[in-house]
Design a protein around this ligand. Structure first.
Ligand code: 6PG
Length: 249
């Protein structure tokens, strides 16, 4: 399987990065909609994406992107109330979803109200299986080792090289199902999480990292220049077609 080399885009500040990233999304989304009639995206969490989401809610992207044909999922989520400021769903609702013509039946949040955590993970896998089977008109059951293919997975990266909620050395890195529950003391905020697994992330058409700050850029460049370094989960992301890194000083 071809593993794409990373395409790196560097910016001195977020505003020009968001403008460039928005243009990429506009074209990528429209090409997919022209081809298949819909677009699937897994949103990243944390703080960095919020300003990007707000930029997408303003012209030109608020009117040039065909929002009604997009299906929204998450790459990871924290087990917090849906209105908690550290909830990735709450952040996306506040900065993106409530400002655009997006139907609630096109939004598939991770079910962090479900306990135990492993049951929530299985539940989201069932949601993905059902939704992607419908979107792709898949008639036969999913087989072991078969994974949904997101058109785009948005990702961030922590200072430790984690991405989504895949943390260095965590057993979730070796999971072969679609969604994993993660309990770790490495996470900030220190709450349990759900995350898409590496096989799902790497079965995406495109993965796009949005990373800000000199320390994270230095870390990213340390592994982008050479082979994947398993200690840094972000370096293990190898989507099927394109791997994009938007680096902002
Ligand atoms: C999460 C995120 C996580 C995030 C990085 C960077 O839920 O924690 O998905 O992977 O992307 O931790 O977060 P910041 O953008 O806030 O630095």
């Amino acid at each position: 399987m071809r593993t794409p080399s990373a395409e790196i885009f560097r910016f001195d500040s977020m505003a020009p990065c968001h403008a460039s990233l928005g243009c990429f999304l506009q074209n990528f989304i429209q090409t997919a909609i022209n081809r298949q009639g819909y677009f699937t995206i897994a949103l990243s969490g944390g703080v960095t994406p919020a300003a990007l989401f707000r930029a997408l809610c303003r012209p030109p992207f608020s009117t040039t992107i065909c929002w009604s044909k997009i299906f929204f999922f998450w790459g990871d989520e924290r087990f917090l109330p849906l209105d908690h400021p550290d909830s990735n769903f709450a952040m996306a609702q506040k900065n993106l979803l409530t400002h655009l013509p997006i139907s609630s039946d096109h939004v598939f949040r991770m079910p962090t109200e479900i306990k135990p955590y492993a049951t929530a993970a299985r539940h989201y896998q069932q949601t993905l299986a059902k939704t992607f089977a419908t979107l792709t008109s898949k008639n036969e059951p999913w087989t072991k080792g078969e994974y949904p293919s997101f058109d785009l997975i948005l990702l961030g990266m922590g200072q430790d090289g984690h991405t989504a909620s895949l943390f260095p050395g965590h057993p979730a890195l070796n999971r072969t199902d679609w969604v994993a529950e993660v309990e770790t003391d490495q996470a900030l905020p220190p709450v349990p999480r759900l995350t898409l697994t590496l096989p799902v992330i790497n079965n995406a058409d495109t993965a796009l990292f949005l990373v800000g700050g000199a320390a994270k850029i230095k870390l990213a460049e340390s592994f982008l220049a050479c082979q994947p370094q398993p200690h840094y989960p972000a370096s293990l992301v190898r989507p099927r077609q394109r791997l994009l890194w938007y680096l902002v000083q």
